[in-house]
Design a protein. Structure first.
Length: 483
């Protein structure tokens, strides 16, 4: 089915308590590269979400009671199965999401790396013994799993965004319920199939598919059996979900919108900066929360950099992600394409100039030509709003403090990037940027050993790294008297 070697990876029902659950209604999952329907998937709502939460709640005590080593062994098997099926999982991801196949395979390996990482970190959840205030007391701190965790994940990384959250939750001893994006449920269901094969017990991992995000989200955020909620998506939706979690005072972690600055100083290696920008900006057709959004270039190198960049952009190839030489796939929807077109048009009306691209490759499909804009200012729509498309707006600056102030002039603070070979400047700028992650002479910064997350309205909490388990654990203080 769908050209996969292992046809059992294509699942169309929600995965609840270890069972594949159909529904009376279904919805189509389509290929954004051509609009073709891939399969029909179960359209569950409130009732299905409640069943998934009940299953996770029932499975929690037994899963939490397993030793860290037992959980780690099962997660390691899950990781190995993901890597054994990397080609099939990559193809499935490309079919439903659109990104080039090489990127899709890379996402599978990236997502699996978090399962491997947290399988190892499960065995390193340490407590503390604290010096007591008197000789007859002992003060001890232990860490315990928070309980049932629910999640809502986006369409742009349908494998990795689930893996980052589920791996940490399961490693900590929590059970997990996820609602994947309706555009891309197949990757989530394939992950569940492999988790089942790995021997992860029924109810520990549950996937609920459905079009009614509000109804499902209401259950996942308001059900008192859910003790922690995690979300990756827009800041606007994130704020709403946080407010819904308030009624039961859930722990929340949020990875929300970004408006990443990419700064090129006049002492930068321009060729390296162009290469880094291509990696950051055009991955997944610019549809990533950490991709460069505002490109600040020192006026002394503005012309040279724009010329090098334009030449590099001309080498990019747009097309179906399954075609071998494709480097940029389609946008996810017509709404996404129209938004990108609108941001460009509005900015051009304010004085920006298009020197490459600027319009869709084909108005009937979802491919948008990679675009470079010059003469952009920080108040234009392409700079003030998250683009989520293959558009590079170039903004000139004069000095270091000016560009730091311009970069920080946003409500967001997820990722930032800059290129410089001055060691003193590297420290000053890195410390001055109000962002949770900073890439220095590097355009690709995410890996499982590093804490992924933002500040300001880009969210809270961290995914990955040794800090990544903290959001899934409760810290319990034990005071022992009469010793």
């Amino acid at each position: 089915m769908l050209g996969l070697n292992d046809k059992e990876l294509v699942r169309t029902g929600s995965f609840i308590n270890g069972q594949w659950c159909d529904s009376e209604e279904s919805f189509a999952v389509t290929n954004p590269a051509n609009g073709d329907t891939l399969v029909l998937v179960a359209n569950h709502g409130t009732e299905g979400a409640e069943k998934a939460v009940a299953a996770a709640h029932q499975a929690f005590k037994a899963w939490a009671a397993k030793s860290a080593g037992e959980r780690a062994t099962l997660m390691r098997k899950w990781y190995e199965l993901m890597m054994q099926h990397q080609d099939d999982l990559g193809r499935l991801l490309t079919l439903e999401q659109g990104k080039p196949l090489a990127e899709a395979r890379g996402e599978i390996a990236y997502g699996a790396s978090y399962i491997e990482w947290f399988a190892e970190e499960a065995k390193r959840v340490y407590g503390d013994v604290i010096p007591a205030p008197s000789a007859d007391k002992k003060v001890v701190v232990i860490k315990q799993p928070v309980g049932v965790v629910s999640a809502v994940t986006p369409w742009n990384f349908p494998n990795a965004m689930i893996a980052r959250k589920a791996a940490a939750a399961l490693a900590a001893g929590c059970t997990f319920v996820v609602k994947p994006a309706a555009e891309t449920p197949l990757s989530a269901l394939a992950m569940a199939e492999l988790a089942k094969r790995a021997g992860i017990p029924d109810g520990v991992l549950n996937v609920i598919t459905g079009k009614d995000s509000k109804a499902i989200g209401k259950v996942l955020t308001e059900d008192p059996r859910v003790r922690k909620f995690t979300f990756t998506g827009s800041t606007q939706v994130g704020k709403l979900l946080i407010s819904q979690c308030a009624s039961t005072v859930k722990k929340v972690s949020m990875e929300l919108g970004g408006n990443a600055p990419f700064i090129v100083f006049d002492d930068a290696d321009l060729d390296a900066a162009v290469k880094g920008l291509l990696a950051s900006k055009f991955r997944n057709a610019g549809q990533t929360c950490v991709c460069a959004n505002r490109i600040f270039v020192h006026q002394n190198v503005y012309k040279a950099f724009s010329e090098k960049l334009t030449a590099a952009v001309a080498e990019l190839k747009i097309g179906d992600g399954l075609e071998q030489d494709t480097t940029i796939g389609p946008l996810i929807s017509s709404d996404a394409l129209n938004k990108v077109q609108g941001l460009i048009s509005d900015s051009v009306s304010m004085g920006a100039r298009v020197i490459a691209g600027g319009e869709p490759l084909n108005k009937e499909l979802l491919f948008f030509n990679p675009t470079v804009l010059i003469d952009v200012t920080n108040d234009m729509p392409v700079a003030s709003e998250e683009i989520f498309g293959p558009v590079v707006p170039l903004i000139a600056f004069d000095d270091e403090q000016q560009v730091i102030d311009m970069a920080n002039d946003t409500d967001f603070g997820l990722a930032a990037y800059f290129y410089s070979r001055d060691v003193g400047r590297v420290w000053r700028v890195a410390e001055g940027l109000e962002y949770g992650m900073v890439g220095i002479n590097e355009g690709a910064i995410s890996n499982p050993a590093a804490p992924f997350g933002g500040v300001k309205q880009s969210g809270n909490g961290r995914e990955g790294s040794r800090y990544g388990l903290d959001d899934y654990l409760e810290c319990k203080y034990l005071c022992m008297g009469g010793i």
